[in-house]
Design a protein around this ligand. Structure first.
Ligand SMILES: Nc1ncnc2c1ncn2[C@@H]1O[C@H](COP(=O)(O)OP(=O)(O)O)[C@@H](O)[C@H]1O
Ligand SMILES: [Mg+2]
Length: 346
C-alpha cells in the first residue's frame, strides 16, 4: 500500500471546527462529528491533505462517512468556492462511465443525441469524488489513470484533448491491496490514487463516539421538529453495546426511526433482539409467541395475555397460570416498575 511520510500539522484546526476541549463533549471538524482518538487522528490527516492538491484515497466500511470526509477536505481547501461533484462509479454501467466522466460528442454512441460535458469538466476548479472506484473495469481504469497523470482526457467521440483542473478524491470500502489481488483494481491506479490514503474508522473502534453521535442526531431532530425527546437509559445502553456494523449510517437511521416512534422517551430496540419488540399474536383463547423471544419476555407476554383474557380478574388469572395470587402481584408489580423505570431513567 502506498504511504507517504507525513509532516507535522501546520495550521490551526480551531478554524474548521468547534473542537471543544471539555471532556465528554462532542467535537467536530468540518462536517464530521466525533471525539474519539481515531477521529482526532483523521481530522489531523484531513487538515494536512486539504492544503494540498494531492489525490486522496479514503478507505473505510460502508457508512463510516467517506463522502462526508471528502466534502470536508473540499470545504477546507482553496477549491471550496468551486463545485464538489460526487460520482458513484459502482452505480454507472461500465459502457457509460467514460462518457459520464469525460463527456461525449453528439452522435458518439447510440443515444448520444446531444453532446455533453462530463464530471471532470463540471468539477473544474473544484473536487471530483469518485466513490466505489474499485468497481470500474480495468479498461476504464486505464483512462482514469491517464487523466490523473496528464490532466487531460478525451470526450468520447472526440480526438481533441480536454483539460480540467480538478482534485480527485476516491473512496473504496475494500482494502486496496486485496482489491488489486482479487477484484481487478489496477496496481498503478491504486498507487496513483493512494498518494494520500485516509482510513475512515468503523464506529466500533471509535471509543465514546456512539453515544455522543446518537445524542447529536437526536438534538438535531429535536431542533428541527421543535420537540424535546430524550433517550431512555436502556436506549443509551443499546447504543453503547451494539457494534453498529452499518456504522454511522446505521446509527443515524436507528435514531431517526426511534425518534419518529417516540412520544417523549426514545427507545432503541437492541438490533439483536428485535424479536423483543414483536408483539404476541392473540387469537381467541390462543396466543402465539415469536420464536426467539427471550424467556422472561415470553413469560411476561403470557401473564399479561392471560390476565387480559380473564377480564383483569387477577384471582382467575393466577389460577389459570398455576401460580399464587401473591406471585402474580409480584410479577405485575415488577412489570409496572419496569415501565416506570424506562421513563424515569430517560
Ligand atoms: N463523523 C460523522 N459525523 C456526522 N455524521 C456522519 C459522520 N459520518 C457519517 N455521517 C453520516 O452518516 C451517513 C453515511 O455517511 P457517508 O459519508 O455517506 O458514508 P460512506 O460514504 O462511508 O458510506 C450520512 O448521513 C452522513 O451524514
Ligand atoms: Mg458513500
Amino acid at each position: 500500500m502506498a504511504s507517504i511520510e507525513l509532516e507535522a500539522p501546520t495550521s490551526d484546526r480551531a478554524a474548521a471546527g468547534s473542537a471543544n476541549p471539555r471532556a465528554g463533549a462532542l467535537q467536530s471538524y468540518g462536517l464530521l462529528y466525533g471525539s474519539s482518538p481515531a477521529m482526532q487522528e483523521l481530522y489531523e490527516q484531513i487538515e494536512r491533505v486539504a492544503s494540498t492538491d494531492a489525490t486522496a484515497l479514503i478507505i473505510g466500511e460502508s457508512g463510516t462517512g467517506k463522502e462526508l470526509i471528502a466534502r470536508t477536505i473540499h470545504e477546507q481547501s482553496t477549491r471550496k468556492e468551486a463545485p464538489f461533484i460526487a460520482v458513484n462509479c459502482g452505480a454507472i454501467p461500465d459502457e457509460l462511465i467514460e462518457a459520464e466522466l469525460f463527456g461525449h460528442e453528439k452522435g458518439s454512441f447510440t443515444g448520444a443525441i446531444q453532446g455533453r460535458v462530463g464530471y471532470f469538466e463540471h468539477a473544474n476548479g473544484g473536487t471530483l469524488f469518485l466513490d466505489e472506484v474499485t468497481e470500474m473495469t480495468p479498461v476504464r481504469q486505464v483512462k482514469l489513470l491517464r487523466a490523473l497523470e496528464t490532466g487531460t482526457f478525451y470526450r468520447v467521440g472526440s480526438s481533441e484533448a480536454s483539460y480540467s483542473d480538478v482534485r480527485v478524491i476516491a473512496a473504496t470500502n475494500r482494502d486496496p491491496v486485496t482489491a488489486v489481488k482479487e477484484n481487478g483494481l489496477r496496481e498503478d491506479l491504486m498507487y496513483r490514487l493512494a498518494v494520500f490514503p485516509l482510513r475512515a474508522p468503523p464506529l466500533r473502534e471509535r471509543d465514546g463516539d456512539r453515544e455522543l453521535l446518537a445524542q447529536h442526531f437526536l438534538n438535531e431532530l429535536n431542533e428541527r421538529e421543535g420537540t424535546q425527546k430524550v433517550f431512555s437509559k436502556r436506549a443509551l445502553e443499546t447504543v453503547r453495546s451494539w457494534s453498529w456494523p452499518g456504522n454511522v449510517r446505521e446509527l443515524k437511521n436507528a435514531v431517526y426511526r426511534a425518534f419518529i416512534l417516540a412520544e417523549k422517551v426514545v427507545e432503541i430496540p437492541h438490533p439483536h433482539l428485535v424479536s423483543r419488540v414483536k408483539k404476541p399474536v392473540t387469537q381467541g383463547d390462543a396466543m402465539s409467541v415469536w420464536i426467539g423471544t427471550p424467556l422472561a419476555d415470553a413469560q411476561k407476554q403470557i401473564i399479561l395475555g392471560t390476565l387480559k383474557y380473564c377480564g383483569g380478574d387477577k384471582r382467575r388469572a393466577a389460577r389459570a397460570l398455576g401460580v399464587s395470587l401473591k406471585t402474580l402481584y409480584n410479577r405485575l408489580g415488577a412489570y409496572g416498575s419496569e415501565e416506570r423505570e424506562g421513563e424515569e431513567e430517560a
